[in-house]
Write a protein that binds this ligand. Structure first.
Ligand code: RFL
Ligand code: PHB
Length: 404
């Protein structure tokens, strides 16, 4: 058994763990990352594309912003296409200047990984049997195996940044933990292709055939999504079938000018709303997807992870710079306030924009009646400036809360 020591043990080397690690390093707080798979595998997960201002600011604070500043694209508005009628939500105008940044999760993860290597910070890839231990005591540690050798990582605190299927959340005893979950009756089929985006801004389309989203990664790379039944398999969808269906759901003038091409990646993601309360147990803190999942409709998942990182960073800085250990008790309450806001927004947009078919969504209502209400509601919000403002201020992201 090898024993190593750090201040903060970080389980999971996805965007949450890497961002937290980089920021802690910036403020002189030692940390070690334990990641179950290889770095290449982490970079193979094509996910988020939209970063809120708060996320962008954290990346700058971490000093890892160089490539994002040159290759990322600022988006000042977003289009909602509802059954053939298009409305632009002017994010910048309606929020008094806030915008979002279009820069892929893969890119930000790669930038953070490179910065970690450059700073020579310890990361154990392909760590197995990772297990947080004695988290209620003042001497917690993480047990793991690496290269066939057993390790013990002694630490002050453990950050569980290990995603939805990680081990950290399971460490909180079941009688302490409450989990809230809604699994939607459909998924998103995503396709990535090296073709120019069909429109300069994102288009969220509500269509009777199902929801569609036109997103992008760069002037030459597009990311598109289609709502599909949970029973569909990726193999059921040829590239041609995807493009054909996408064109039916997007505004006709956009579809007419759309460039298509072979997919680089194609995958189906189920849609889920999930929250674990509390997000802290002793000296273990859950961060990002380990504690909560939102359906991707509001582009909130990664941004919510960044919100957790921002709160935990403030806490660890106060602990190590001012010796105030009691402030750690604030984490769950502050983080969950933001989480529930984003959960509600993501659930709401998902309910408004998707077709639920024979399912009554989240109401006990007749499905057709529910559908009429949802269409009326989304049209009301898009036609009224006050309604567009409600959509915009949450899309760009609510401000981070300070500690007490
Ligand atoms: P991750 O990315 O799942 O990383 C967790 C890491 O922990 C590792 N791990 C372990 N390590 C050690 N020991 C164990 N026992 C471990 N178990 C797991 C895993 O290998 C992994 O590397 O969680 P993290 O870091 O919290 O990041 C969360 C984000 O990835 C996620 O919220 C977003 O991708 C969600 N999301 C979006 N978020 C946005 O803010 N904007 C978007 O536009 C957006 N679009 C999306 C999305 C998610 C999608 N899918 C596929 C669910 C679009 C899609 C389609
Ligand atoms: C993406 O580009 O992957 C993306 C953008 C906006 C969303 C979800 C996903 O709401």
């Amino acid at each position: 058994m090898k024993t190593i020591k750090t201040q903060v043990a970080i389980i999971g080397g996805g965007p949450s763990g890497l961002l937290l690690g980089q920021l802690l390093h910036k403020y002189g707080i030692d940390n070690v990352i334990l990641e179950r798979v290889t770095g290449e595998y982490v970079l193979g997960r094509i996910r988020a594309g939209i970063l809120e201002q708060g996320f962008v600011n954290l990346v700058r604070e971490a000093g890892v912003e160089q490539r994002m500043e040159t290759e990322g694209h600022v988006h000042e508005g977003v289009i909602f296409s509802v059954q053939g009628k298009d409305t632009r939500v002017d994010l910048k105008g309606l929020t008094g200047g806030d915008v979002v940044m279009c820069y892929g999760q893969v890119e930000i993860t790669q930038d953070l990984m490179q910065a970690r290597v450059a700073a020579d910070l310890p990361t154990y890839y392909e760590a197995s049997d990772v297990q947080p231990m004695d988290v209620k005591s003042n001497t917690p540690y993480v047990a793991f195996t690496h290269d066939g050798e057993e390790y013990r990582l002694d630490c002050d605190y453990i950050a569980g940044c290990d995603g939805f299927h990680g081990v950290s959340r399971q460490t909180i005893p079941e009688d302490v933990r409450t989990e809230f979950e809604r699994v939607y009756p459909f998924g998103w089929l995503g396709l990535l292709a090296d073709v120019p985006p069909c429109h300069e801004e994102l288009i969220y389309a509500k269509h009777e055939r199902g929801f569609a989203l036109a997103s992008q990664r760069s002037p030459t790379r597009s990311r598109y999504y289609l709502q599909v039944p949970l029973t569909d398999k990726v193999e059921d969808w040829s590239d041609d079938a995807f493009w054909e269906e996408l064109k039916k759901r997007l505004p006709p003038e956009v579809a007419a000018n759309m460039q298509t091409g072979p997919s680089i990646e194609k995958s189906i993601a189920p849609l889920r709303s999930f929250v674990c309360e509390p997000m802290q147990y002793g000296n273990l803190f859950l961060v990002g997807d380990a504690a909560h999942i939102v359906p991707p409709t509001g582009a909130k998942g990664l941004n919510l992870a960044a919100g957790d990182v921002a709160t935990l960073l403030k806490i660890f800085r106060r602990v190590y710079e001012e010796g105030d250990k009691a402030c750690t008790e604030q984490y769950s309450e502050i983080a969950l306030r933001r989480v529930w806001n984003a959960e509600r927004y993501s659930w709401w947009l998902t309910s408004l924009l998707h077709e639920f078919g024979d399912e009554a969504g989240d109401s006990a209502m007749d499905p057709q009646m529910r559908d009429r209400f949802m269409t009326s509601e989304v049209n009301y919000f898009l036609q009224s400036e006050a309604g567009r403002k409600v959509i915009a201020e949450q899309y760009v992201g609510l401000p981070y809360e300070d500690l007490k």
